[in-house]
Design a protein around this ligand. Structure first.
Ligand code: NDP
Length: 341
C-alpha cells in the first residue's frame, strides 16, 4: 500500500526503497511534535511566533526557498512598523530571529510527502525523515509564474518584478510594462498607472481575460496603452531594464518586431500555489489554492491549517500573510486545547 504522495524536489533518485517510493519502514524512527509548520515566509514565521508563545513547541521547516518570496524583492516599504522601509531578506531574517527567540525549532528541509489520513498527521521531510504532528500549519506560499526568458533572471531585482504593489513605487514618473490579460494584470496596470508615467499592458490574445469591469477600467485609463496580440521576445538595457522587444502577431505571416522603452517589466501571468503534495487529502480550488473556513484557517482535514499565499489568491501581501499566520496559530492552540480537555 502506498501511504504517501510524493513531490520530487531534488530530481535525484533515492538511495534506497524508503527514499524512492516513500513507504514507511516499520522500524523507522518517527519524531512526534505538537505543532509542525511548513514554510518560512511571513505566514510561517508569524504562525511560529504565536505558536511558540503559546507553548506549542513548534517545529518549522523552511522549505525550498527559506524566507519565501520576499527574499527575492529588494525594498519593502509597505509593511507596517518600518518607517524607513526594509529589504525583503532583512525583514525575513528579523521574523526568523523573532520566531527563534520564543523557542521555535527552525530547521532546513523540504516537506516532500504527507499522509493526512490518521488522527495525527505524517509529514515526510526530504523524502526520509518522518514527523508525526498533532497539528500542521501549511504556509508553503505561492510561486509567481515567469515567461521563461533568460532576461528575467538577468534583470531580477533590477527592473523585472512580479509584484506591482511591492515595487511599483520605484518607477515613479517612468514608463513600465505589465504582461498578462487576467484580473491580476488589470489590477497591477491600474495600480501602476497611478504612480508611473505610462503603462504598456502586453496581452498575447486579441482580448483580455479579466472581468468586464476591470477591462473597462483599463480601457478608460489614459496612461495605459493595451498592446493586444503581443508577446515578449526579450528585454534589453545596460544598467537594468531599458526596453523590451515584442512580437506582434507572433507566428503569423504578419509577425512584426516592436520595441518599447521601459524601465520596469512586471509579470502578472498568474501564481502557482505550492499545494501539490497536499492535494490528495485537502480540498483546493481549481487553481490549487487551499480552501479554508474563512475567516479561520481550518482546512478540510481536522488538525491541518493553512495560511498565507497558499490559501489566498486575492491579497497576497506580506502583511496579510502574517495576519493569517497569526490566525492559524491561534486556531491550532484552540484545536489542541479542545482535544486535550
Ligand atoms: P489568470 O490565469 O486569470 O490570467 C493569467 C493571464 O496571463 C492570462 O491573460 C494569460 O493569457 C496570461 N498568460 C499566461 N501565461 C502567459 C505567457 N506565457 N505569456 C503571456 N501571457 C500569459 O491569472 P490572474 O492572476 O490574473 O488571476 C487568477 C485568479 O484570481 C482569477 O480567477 C482572477 O479572476 C482572480 N483575481 C481576482 C481579482 C479580483 O477579483 N479583484 C484580482 C486578481 C485575481 P491567456 O488569457 O491568453 O491565457
Amino acid at each position: 500500500m502506498e501511504l504517501f504522495k510524493s513531490m520530487d524536489t531534488s530530481g535525484e533518485a533515492g538511495q534506497n526503497e524508503n527514499e524512492n517510493n516513500l513507504k514507511p519502514v516499520a522500524d523507522q524512527e518517527v519524531e512526534k511534535v505538537q505543532c509542525l509548520i511548513i514554510g518560512s515566509g511571513p505566514a510561517g514565521y508569524t504562525a511560529a511566533i504565536y505558536a511558540a508563545r503559546a507553548n506549542l513547541n513548534p517545529v518549522l521547516y523552511e522549505g525550498l526557498q527559506p524566507g519565501g518570496q520576499l527574499t527575492t524583492t529588494t525594498e519593502v516599504e509597505n509593511y507596517p512598523g518600518y518607517p524607513e522601509g526594509v529589504t525583503g531578506p532583512v525583514m525575513m531574517e528579523d521574523l526568523k530571529k523573532q520566531a527563534e527567540r520564543f523557542g521555535t525549532d527552525i530547521r532546513w528541509g523540504i516537506a516532500t510527502s504527507v499522509d493526512f489520513s490518521g488522527e495525527n498527521h505524517i509529514v515526510v521531510i526530504d523524502k526520509k525523515k518522518m514527523i508525526e504532528a498533532e497539528a500542521v500549519i501549511i504556509a508553503t506560499g505561492a510561486t509567481a509564474k515567469y515567461l521563461g526568458l533568460e532576461a528575467e533572471k538577468k534583470y531580477a531585482g533590477g527592473g523585472v518584478s512580479a509584484c506591482a504593489t511591492c515595487d511599483g513605487f520605484f518607477y515613479k514618473g517612468k514608463d513600465v510594462a505589465v504582461v498578462g490579460g487576467g484580473d491580476t494584470a488589470a489590477e497591477e496596470a491600474l495600480y501602476l498607472a497611478g504612480i508611473v508615467r505610462k503603462v504598456y499592458l502586453i496581452i498575447r490574445k486579441d482580448y483580455m481575460r479579466a472581468s468586464k469591469v476591470m477591462v473597462e477600467r483599463v480601457e478608460n485609463t489614459k496612461n495605459i496603452e493595451v498592446l493586444y496580440e503581443h508577446n515578449t521576445k526579450d528585454l534589453y538595457g545596460e544598467n537594468g531594464v531599458e526596453g523590451a522587444i515584442l512580437l506582434h502577431k507572433m507566428g503569423t505571416p504578419e509577425e512584426k518586431e516592436v520595441r518599447i522603452e521601459i524601465s520596469g517589466f512586471f509579470l502578472a501571468i498568474g501564481h502557482t500555489p505550492n499545494s501539490e503534495i497536499f492535494k490528495d487529502y485537502i480540498e483546493t480550488d481549481e487553481v490549487g489554492y487551499i480552501k479554508t473556513d474563512a475567516p479561520g484557517s481550518k482546512t478540510t482535514v481536522k488538525g491541518v491549517f493553512a495560511c498565507g499565499d497558499v490559501m489566498d489568491s486575492t491579497y497576497r501581501q506580506a502583511v496579510t500573510a502574517a495576519g493569517s499566520g497569526c490566525k492559524a496559530a491561534i486556531d491550532v492552540e484552540r484545536y489542541l486545547g479542545e482535544k486535550h480537555s
